[in-house]
Design a protein around this ligand. Structure first.
Ligand code: SF4
Ligand code: SF4
Length: 396
């Protein structure tokens, strides 16, 4: 297992991290026996970074990880878990969640603690206003958390604001060959790295979609290369080729994935992809681009919209629906643009003022395209559901 150094604190982190949101399941719950075996096998083979969250597996992921790390394993690994800001309206709520997490994980401290799924700076500001950030800093002084970071699912401009708003110890972004120009983007990755902030990458395979939902032309392009590799291996090697990436999280859900990923992580250094291999990716990206409905590059020049629409975020969800055939993308669209951010930012909030179109280098007819997004991604009950979901996800 290769490691890369955390440039902030000297931790040697395995380049493969275990994402604890997709454990094998049995009878509607986690298959505990298999999951614990997989976790321990991963540790015995060099994986030392485990990423969970308060609500993964309906709140059971942290407990399972806590159980798996008993018997001497805890000391060998770094635990990352997350505070969900969208469930916190008062400081007491955050304190309650943290106490639950520590108990479930059967530990006295969290190595890497994140604000979960920030989508805009306003949410970070709200955490400052209600005292959550001061309290987290106090936890750091007390040794109850060792590193404070955030995970991110907004647009490039939001990422740039958030990453520069606070002296973060690390950050976590969605990044893969399809998302080079989506969410934080490659320039966001490079910005974080230039600020000395370690970067943990999540969704390297887009939840398996870069394995199971690839267009046949892409599979053919991968197969045209001499060495036979699975689409997962191609995707992981592309990310590890970036020296700015510290750890890739993979949500492994069976033993074969653990074994395969550990094998790949044994020789996936940065900057080792050859010209020929990079050409395969050029072909793949060209195919993907051709199949992309709206040619938005997430440059962010059209932002901010005076009415709060997240234009690149709306287009990214819509494009994915066509490119990867994701039915559940509507749910993700609702989550990121409706429920989790401080203010909703979905397509139908557009008032057609036209300001954005003057700035788009791709000359996209943004107003018309947003109408298409609305039609495809928002059903008749979209707004009432968002309203209710926003209410019930906030806890005291
Ligand atoms: S046209 Fe719509 S999306 Fe563009 S700036 Fe105006 S309200 Fe915002
Ligand atoms: S300016 Fe155009 S290409 Fe850039 S993010 Fe906005 S819509 Fe996309």
């Amino acid at each position: 297992m290769l490691t890369r150094i955390n440039q902030k604190n000297g931790d040697q982190l395995s380049i493969l991290g275990f994402g604890c949101m997709r454990f094998p399941t049995k009878g509607g719950g986690i298959d505990e026996e298999r999951s614990i075996k997989m976790i321990r096998y991963a540790i015995e083979n060099g994986v030392n970074y485990f990423d969970t969250a308060y609500f993964y597996h309906n709140g059971k992921s942290e407990s399972l990880l806590g159980d798996a790390l008993t018997g001497g394993y805890r000391e060998q690994v770094k635990i990352a878990t997350k505070l969900p800001p969208f469930m916190v309206s008062k400081l007491d709520g955050a304190k309650k969640i943290f106490a639950t997490q520590i108990a479930k994980l059967k530990t006295d401290y969290i190595d890497y603690y994140l604000l979960h799924m920030l989508t805009d700076k306003a949410t970070f500001d709200r955490m400052v206003d209600i005292g959550v950030i001061d309290w987290l800093e106090q936890l750091k002084r007390e040794g109850k958390i060792h590193n404070l970071g955030f995970s991110f699912h907004g647009s490039k401009t939001d990422f740039e604001e958030i990453v520069q708003a606070y002296p973060w110890d690390f950050c976590q972004i969605q990044y893969n060959y399809l998302d080079e120009n989506n969410q934080a983007t490659k320039s966001g990755l490079q910005l974080a790295h230039s600020l000395g902030i370690p970067v943990i990458v999540m969704e390297p395979l887009r939840g398996g979609k870069l394995v199971n939902n690839l267009p046949p032309e892409v599979i053919k392009a991968f197969q045209s290369y001499d060495k036979k590799r699975t689409p997962a291996e191609w995707a992981l090697r592309w990310i590890w080729n970036h020296p700015e990436v510290n750890v890739i999280l993979s949500g492994m859900s069976d033993e074969a994935q653990v074994t395969e990923n550990i094998k790949i992580a044994s020789d996936a250094d940065a900057n080792i992809l050859t010209e020929e291999e990079l050409e395969v990716f050029d072909q793949v990206k060209a195919i993907m681009q051709e199949k992309t409905k709206i040619p938005c590059t997430s440059c962010g020049y059209c932002m901010p919209c005076p009415y709060g629409v997240n234009i690149p975020g709306s287009f990214a969800s819509y494009n994915d629906k066509y490119l990867l055939g994701l039915k559940q993308n509507r749910w993700k669209y609702m989550q990121t643009l409706g429920v989790l951010s401080k203010q909703p930012s979905y397509a139908s909030m557009c008032k057609e003022c036209g300001k954005c179109e003057r700035h788009c280098p791709q000359n996209i007819a943004i107003r018309e395209e947003l109408k298409n997004v609305k039609k495809e991604m928002e059903g008749p009950f979209f707004k009432p559901i968002v309203r209710i979901a926003r209410k019930i996800t906030r806890v005291e």
